[in-house]
Design a protein. Sequence first.
Length: 398
Amino acid sequence: MVSRRGFLAGGAAAAASGAVGIAAGAAGASLAAEADLETFAASRQAEFYGPHQSGIELDIQAVTNMVAFDIKESVTKADMLRWMRLLTDDIARLTAGEPVLADPAPELAIGAARFTAYVGFGPSLFSKLGLEAQMPEGFAELPAFGVDQLQERYSAGDVLIHIAADDPVVLAHGTRGLVRDSMPFASVRWVQPGFAHSPGMIPAGLTHRNLMGQVDGTANPELGSSDFDSVVWINDGPEWIKGGTLLVFRRIAMQLDTWDQLGTPSKEEVIGRKLSNGAPLTGERETDVPDLGARHPNGLLVIPEFAHIRRAAPQESGERIFRRPFSYDNGMNERGSMDVGLLWTAYQRDISKQYLPIQRRLEQLDLLNQWTVPIGSAVFAIPGGVQGSELLAEALFS
């Protein structure tokens, strides 16, 4: 028989044991949550299969490599198809956080980290392979602009692989594999690395800042919206481009030495937006629509005639693009100035109707041109995505 004293003592012991168990459970949950937080980037995986190539319609990743290639003289359409077969398999594996086949360093496949890579083709590729009839509408080399100071080492290319991830080791490993498997077919023309905010620095969906301090990408069509579809994705023309898009790439050097000498009000007039939160000078929030007709009591325009957002504002309904710019920083140049700027990318259905009208207005009267200089330029047609056993650009090279 258990005495009352023994029963109470046993109950107290059980209660104490339960309390210890609860505390241990809470500590275990806390440790598990902390471990999950430590490696959360590794488990974040982008979609590879679908109607569109991955790496365009998603929040910008932390680091990127843009790699342009020139095909070898002997390469044929059949060779291109073999190359695309390799790239399709490689990118699918890397997107899942897995090593590529015959990977010499599989231990570096440490997680997905939102790895993406998409493939595009420059106008020169169509000429070399006799595929001019397969070029999408509104796709051609850009004309010369008066603001350009282009350098060959940053421009053009037959094929682009644009790689991005949230981790620099994952990015480097993926780039290494994709370039290695491309070497039998092409030589590297240029590699341009860039970066954006690291995960956790700003909430998803908010606009990132460039190295001038501006929010960069305001008024973009919303990801996943019908508006995005109508601005970016192509749904007619040659079969291979359906579900794809057209990319304008511009490497834009920033003159920060003189930009940093301006006061905040002057910088805001150059852009037409407040540096604090990206709101137009006529609004309070970044998403407010600029009032281009607003004037000060003295009659001067609140958003000046030379302001960047006024010059970039669409004058026709179709003059819109989706921007996804990464920053670059190469340290100091030989003159002691910062070698920094943007790897500026813009996506659209038709370059001639969407990007060119905007760029021509910016060329004519945009005060920001005093602090930004395009030094690299290229255009690429991005095929649609792959589903099932399809290959990238299979309809183009079959």
